[in-house]
Design a protein around this ligand. Structure first.
Ligand code: CUA
Length: 371
């Protein structure tokens, strides 16, 4: 066998392997958590179904095309070096067929996807909401009637405000604000009223529905109805600046009674002006003073302290958050490192404030009490 033939044969094998890996890899990635193929909300289930329909259509096309290719390569292979195959110059019928066939497949996928977009509407007691996410969000000017119809389906409405680079959550039914981790009850229809304070961001929890963009000055909507307790994660999916990659989102779904207890605790926090009043530890009380005197309270609200500050995340339940600033686990050492040097998060607007060691200890003791 000539060297050329050997090389050609090896290249064929390599091409086949690359094709197979290319086909299987997206599934392997999608099967990782958080996987859109493990839906926990009806709208996410619609998308997962659509994925599987399109996937199996692709498998059928792949097997047909690759099968014909392999059959032809073997059946019509060159058997001797001076052999010439039959010379064919075009076949109108076949060319028309392989133009119309893929066009029909593309149209079928479009129709299926369009149906899913129209079906993406929150359930109400009377059936389904009269408006879908597509009709509310595709026209940039949401009419008051559309917004009202969408919100009417809601058992819990949460305003999401995207900021560089964190998420603010305003619980409109309860009148309190949190950040970073979004707590919701299992089973309720949660309507998300979404906007941005600065640039475009995008909200996406793969297990809880499709992506929704956030625009400054505009309001869009999304929703979910979480089917089981658990933690569902995602990340901002619109390039929004230096720390776009450090804008994780996390939905904590609790059984309804646990959620009620959590929400009432948040409401109670807003009714005290200073957390430290309720905590007898002198160190914690000193920590709260540091928090106020060093100016932290100018950007970060804690309960009734600096209640309107929204330039930085509300810290009322800081100690129960998984991460600090979306970049590192919420541990005491990391918290020290973060306060000393916030510039480790690219573009972060929090200044490094000089702070004495005993003040730092007190501040950390204080932040640790904010559960
Ligand atoms: Cu916010 Cu990317």
């Amino acid at each position: 066998m000539s060297l050329r033939r050997i090389v050609r044969r090896q290249l064929l094998w390599l091409g086949g392997v690359i094709m197979l890996v290319g086909m299987l890899l997206p599934n392997a990635v999608a099967a990782q958590s958080p996987s859109p193929l493990d839906p926990a909300s009806p709208n996410a289930a619609l998308i997962a179904n659509l994925y599987w329909i399109v996937f199996w259509m692709s498998v059928a096309v792949f097997i047909l095309v690759e099968g014909l290719l392999i059959y032809s390569a073997i059946r019509f292979r060159r058997r001797s070096d001076d052999e010439l195959p039959v010379q064919v110059h075009g076949n109108n019928r076949m060319e028309i067929a392989w133009t119309i066939g893929p066009a029909l497949i593309a149209i079928a996928v479009f129709v299926l996807a369009w149906q899913v977009m129209l079906a993406d509407r929150p359930p109400t007691a009377a059936g389904l909401s009269p408006v879908s996410v597509a009709s509310v969000c595709f026209n940039n000017d949401v009419t008051p009637e559309e917004a009202a119809a969408f919100l009417a389906a809601s058992t819990l409405t949460i305003e999401i405000v995207g900021q560089q680079w964190w998420w603010q959550y305003n619980y409109l039914d309860y009148n309190f604000t949190t950040a970073a981790d979004l707590y919701v009850p299992v089973g309720d229809v949660v309507v998300l009223q979404i906007t941005s304070r600065d640039v475009a961001h995008a909200w996406w929890i793969p297990q809880l529905g499709g992506k929704q963009d956030l625009y400054p000055g505009a309001v869009t909507f999304s929703w979910f109805q979480v089917s089981r307790p658990g933690v569902f994660e995602g990340n901002c999916t619109e390039l929004c600046g230096a720390s776009h990659a450090y804008m994780p989102m996390r939905v904590v779904a609790l059984p309804p009674d646990e959620f009620d207890a959590w929400a009432q605790a948040q409401v109670a926090k807003n009714q005290v002006n200073a957390i430290a009043i309720t905590n007898p530890s002198p160190q914690v009380q000193q920590g709260e003073q540091v928090f106020v005197q060093k100016g932290c309270v100018g950007c970060h609200a804690v309960g009734g302290l600096g209640i309107n500050a929204q330039a930085g995340p509300n810290l009322s339940n800081f100690a129960s958050r998984r991460q600090i600033a979306g970049i590192m686990p919420n541990t005491e050492d990391n918290l020290r490192s973060w306060i000393v040097n916030p510039s480790q998060k690219p573009g972060a607007r929090m200044p490094a404030i000089p702070i004495a060691p005993d003040e730092m200890d007190a501040l950390i003791a204080y932040l640790d009490t904010l559960e």
